[in-house]
Design a protein. Structure first.
Length: 73
C-alpha cells in the first residue's frame, strides 16, 4: 500500500509541475482597485487555497450548527 501512495504522490507532483511549466504566461487580476500581475499557475494555486480555507470554514460552521441543534433537542 505504501508503494501505491508513493506512485500517486509522484503522479500528482508531475502533473502539478507540468501544469506550472505550461502556464508561465502572466495575467492581471483586478479586485477592489488593486491590480496584481502574476503567472497563471500562481493565480490558480492561490484561488485553490482560498477555496479550501473558505470551504473548510463553511463545513465547520454547518457541522457545529447541526450538532448544536440536536443537543438542544
Amino acid at each position: 500500500m505504501r508503494y501505491l501512495y508513493l506512485v500517486v504522490f509522484v503522479l500528482v507532483t508531475a502533473a502539478v509541475l507540468l501544469f506550472t511549466l505550461q502556464n508561465l504566461a502572466s495575467v492581471t487580476v483586478t479586485f477592489a482597485r488593486m491590480r496584481v500581475t502574476s503567472p497563471v499557475a500562481v493565480v490558480v494555486i492561490v484561488v485553490y487555497v482560498l477555496g479550501m480555507l473558505s470551504g473548510g470554514a463553511l463545513w465547520s460552521l454547518v457541522r457545529k450548527s447541526y450538532r448544536g441543534a440536536f443537543e438542544r433537542g
